[in-house]
Design a protein around this ligand. Structure first.
Ligand code: ATP
Length: 457
């Protein structure tokens, strides 16, 4: 059974994953805040990405470049001239829409004949039915001003993508890290785009986080590294438990690709609102980026191969993932409603939610549950929790019946519940319950940290 987006939005708020931003003031459209469990989940997504892309490779290094960028960077990158979407505005309610999205939706309507092209002139405002304006190009970059003195302000831009900071530091990285081709630079950070329409929760927002890696190669090796990175990125989603039937590859058509892109593929997810949506992209960007920045900065960004003596502008294979989109898709993919698994006869309820997140992504790794609030059990349970503080994120919960507490933890994806009972006082052991199999192991308290470490290997 597929889960609706409304279910996920309300679940995410109710269980402390994602809240509407500035909600007590009515909210700010398309802005969201990650709550106590959401920040853990999103951090775990970013950690898993960093581990696979930087920590477990010798050929990729990390970077954290600034968000504010001078105007010339976006002139060199081509964004000032061509980073726009086609905007149409309603003549009556003045709501704005992306013309390409309206055309796509019209084309997908039942009964529409694929061979018959749709013209934007044939489409009325989806909100009030009035006429729409001619499409105009709307630039997505967010401009800001730096400086305290009125009239002496410098224009800067909030970066529209994190990769530009990587190109600007190509030379610094080669020189400081003695890097030789092929090598990559990876970065996680915020990007800003003045999207015309934002929708589908955290899937399309104006402020979002990207996880991007640029791999610099000899042009002769570009095709083989493109295949290598395609495989790596696909495997990353598979390893973290995304269901294979919910993702697919899509190659960009020639007229859809940026003019400099040699090849571009997206990893798409089967979205809860219908259709497939881009989660990540792998792009062969040729020598566009470093050539343009060489030209505009007047710095030589070419590379000399010490062995062959060849000098060339490196080509770039980019992997580009969205931290917010990935987090949302992991949440949707893991959300499972099951027939009641606990309780008997009359105490059974209709359904329970089990969030089947991969263990590495689960916000809480182990919940510590004393069977009673009685002093000796409470004390021992706190000691058990303190014994795990160095190794994993835990949560202490002593309120309500034990079955109810298991359900609360299943709902937020906690892989292990550690129950401290009266026997624990005698045998210095606890019961560990597995979220998915519901099997229980009796484990010595002094061996608990190693037992869990083994589970998270
Ligand atoms: P779309 O076609 O959906 O607008 P895009 O092709 O412009 O996306 P890229 O420029 O390739 O996206 O950005 C790389 C990644 O950053 C995307 O795959 C996505 O995960 C994320 N991303 C891009 N735009 C947004 C946004 N407005 N909100 C959240 N994540 C985004």
């Amino acid at each position: 059974m597929s889960t609706s987006l409304e279910t996920i939005v309300s679940f995410a708020k109710r269980r402390g994953f994602i809240f509407p931003s500035a909600e007590i003031y009515g909210g700010l459209s398309s802005c969201y805040d990650y709550g106590p469990l959401g920040v853990e989940l999103k951090n775990n997504v970013k950690k898993a990405w960093w581990k696979a892309m930087v920590q477990q490779r010798n050929d990729v290094v990390g970077l954290d470049s600034s968000i504010l960028t001078p105007e010339i960077v976006w002139e060199a990158s081509g964004h000032l001239q061509s980073f726009h979407d086609p905007l149409v505005e309603c003549s009556k309610c003045h709501h704005r829409f992306r013309a390409d999205h309206l055309l796509e939706a019209k084309q997908a309507e039942p009964g529409h004949m694929k061979e018959k092209p749709v013209d934007i002139k044939d489409i009325d405002c989806p909100d009030c039915g009035a006429d729409l304006s001619e499409p105009q190009n709307f630039n997505l970059l967010m401009k800001t001003e730096l400086g305290a003195v009125e009239g002496k302000k410098d224009t800067a831009y909030m970066r529209g993508e994190t990769c530009q900071g990587i190109y600007l530091n190509f030379l610094n990285t080669v020189n400081s890290m003695r890097k030789k081709l092929p090598f990559g630079i990876a970065q996680i950070g915020k990007a800003f785009r003045n999207e015309i329409t934002t929708k589908n929760f955290t899937f399309r927002t104006r402020e979002f986080e990207q996880m991007e890696q640029q791999y610099f190669v000899n042009p002769k090796e570009a095709d083989s590294f493109f295949e290598h990175w395609k495989e790596q990125r696909w495997n990353w989603y598979m390893k973290l438990g995304i269901k294979e039937e919910n993702i697919r590859w899509r190659q960009h058509a020639e007229d859809e690709r940026a003019h400099y892109a040699v090849d571009a593929w997206d990893i798409e997810y089967k979205t809860p609102w219908g259709g497939w949506g881009e989660m990540a992209g792998i792009h062969n960007r040729g020598d566009w980026d470093l050539s343009r920045h060489s030209k505009y900065s007047k710095q030589d960004l070419s590379y000399k191969d010490q062995q062959t003596g060849d000098k060339f502008i490196p080509h770039i294979i980019e992997t580009s993932d969205g931290a917010d989109r990935a987090t949302l898709m992991f949440l949707v993919d893991a959300y499972d409603e099951v027939e009641t698994r606990s309780g008997k006869g009359g105490t059974k309820h209709d359904k329970e939610v089990v969030l089947r997140l991969h263990k590495d992504l689960a916000p809480i790794k182990a919940a510590i549950l004393p069977l009673s609030k009685k002093e000796p059990l409470q004390k021992l349970a706190h000691e058990v929790q303190a014994g795990l503080w160095g190794s994993c994120m835990t949560q202490y919960d002593e309120t309500g019946a034990i079955g109810k507490r298991y359900r609360r933890q299943d709902e937020i994806g906690t892989p292990y519940c550690v129950t401290v009972d009266f026997d624990s006082l005698e045998d210095k052991s606890v019961t560990v319950r597995d979220r998915d199999t519901m099997e229980q192991d009796r484990v010595k308290i002094e061996e608990l940290a190693d037992y869990l470490k083994d589970k998270f290997k």
